[in-house]
Design a protein around this ligand. Structure first.
Ligand SMILES: *Cc1c(COP(=O)(O)O)cnc(C)c1O
Length: 397
């Protein structure tokens, strides 16, 4: 890695040059099967012609327009996103963390504008990941990310995931909202049960709190539903999106009901780049493809196939694979070895890319356009690499 980069990442050594579909190719022609999709960002894989077309067309018209002017691509994007879910309004940012910052600000302003400036705290959950800005790190509450950066931003109270009585006990006179990922990504593909989401919704209604879903990783058709929460009957008041929304073009969004966003008046929030014409055009092109019922059904079918094959692989190595979990094409393989070892072995020995997560879980997040054949190839390559890992796991115990 170049010494000129701030050494906060430890990238793998190969250097990719181009990609197509679910495949990435290095400068010297080595092909890798990418079942990490840039951490669920490259939702439509690489070099998707519809996305390239949208980017090129918009690139010749207008790259950037300030938010002091109307931006037609972004207006259209807001209308399509809000028409597809519970929300009435959308704000666009450049990243997931910024989308969550907006969600936090909307929740605090809501209560302030209703005469309760004292209600500003937000309940979050153990294992949460909401981003790396000062506020979103505090929301996630992970010591590993917070340590060494001075006092953590105040206003977040953390509860165990799935324990409704703990949440109830955590609510105080200052509580404004509850924020949760319907499927936790970074901490190891931990699905939240629909019944827990329902209980949270009821609790929010009972206590006048706003419910925020962070769908930055699990949204945009990843689970076979346009938004993960749509598989349950539970709707939030606010939802953040990013990762898959631009298919690789940086864009984040915060959606809210008009009621939740009460208090967000002109000047209350802003972003220079957020929702510029290029981002708007590409995200609209992503929606052209993922807002399609047959495709969503296909993603559910592919997710079921991938899970079945991985379950089969897991059955052969019960000594080192603990379980396969997740929904749709957002799956995780929990092992007895650190996930970094699994990810490295798959990459180095089988040219297959996956993403490490917490709790010894290897994330399997192929692009949504992955084929059944590629899914079978992935399972085959796991079967090639896992016997030696199984031996390693046996040595450790
Ligand atoms: C990736 C992620 C974020 C942060 O997004 P950035 O674009 O890195 O700021 C927030 N929440 C969840 C659930 C994520 O997966």
């Amino acid at each position: 890695m170049s010494n000129a980069l701030l050494p906060v990442f430890q990238p793998a050594s190969m250097l990719f040059d181009h990609g197509e579909g679910a495949w990435l190719t290095t400068a010297n022609g080595e092909r890798y099967l990418d079942f990490g999709a840039g951490i669920a960002v490259n939702a439509l894989g690489y070099s998707h012609p519809h996305l390239i077309g949208a980017l090129e067309r918009q690139g010749r018209k207008l790259w950037h327009l300030s938010n002091v002017y109307r931006i037609s691509e972004t207006e259209r994007l807001a209308e399509r996103l809000t028409a597809a879910c519970f929300a009435d309004v959308a704000f666009f940012a450049n990243s997931g963390a910024e989308a969550n910052e907006c969600a936090i600000k909307i929740a605090r302003r809501h209560h302030d504008a209703h005469g309760h400036p004292d209600r500003w705290r937000i309940i979050t959950f153990e294992g949460a990941f909401h981003g790396r800005t000062l506020a979103t790190m505090a929301a996630g509450g992970n010591r590993k990310y917070l340590d060494g950066f001075g006092p953590s931003v105040d206003g977040f109270d953390q509860c165990p995931l799935g324990d409704i009585e703990a949440v109830r006990a955590c609510i105080g006179p200052e509580t404004a909202a509850i924020m949760i990922e319907p499927i936790q990504g970074e901490s190891g593909i931990r699905s939240v049960s629909h019944s827990f989401l329902r209980q949270l919704r009821a609790l929010c209604d009972e206590r006048g709190l706003l419910l925020i879903f962070d769908e930055i990783q699990c949204g945009i058709a990843r689970t076979g539903y346009l938004f993960a929460h749509q598989e349950s009957s539970v709707v939030p008041d606010i939802m953040s999106l990013a990762k898959g929304l631009g298919g690789g073009f940086p864009i984040g969004a915060c959606l809210a009901t008009r009621n939740a966003a009460f208090g967000m008046t002109p000047g209350a929030h802003g972003s220079t780049f957020g929702g510029n014409p290029l981002a708007g055009a590409v995200a609209n092109a992503v929606l052209d493809i993922v807002m399609d019922d047959p495709l969503l059904a296909e993603i559910r079918h592919k997710g079921a196939l991938l899970r079945e094959l991985l379950q089969d692989v897991a059955g052969r190595y019960p000594d080192f694979i603990v379980e396969v979990r997740g929904r749709g094409l957002m799956l995780g393989i929990k092992t007895t070895l650190p996930s970094q070892e699994i990810v490295e072995a798959l990459r180095a020995r089988a040219k297959v890319l996956t993403i490490a997560a917490g709790d010894n879980v290897t994330r399997v997040l192929p692009p949504l356009i992955v084929t059944d054949e590629e899914i079978r190839l992935f399972a085959e390559r796991c079967n090639e690499v896992f016997p030696s890992l199984s031996k390693r796991a046996a040595k450790e115990t």
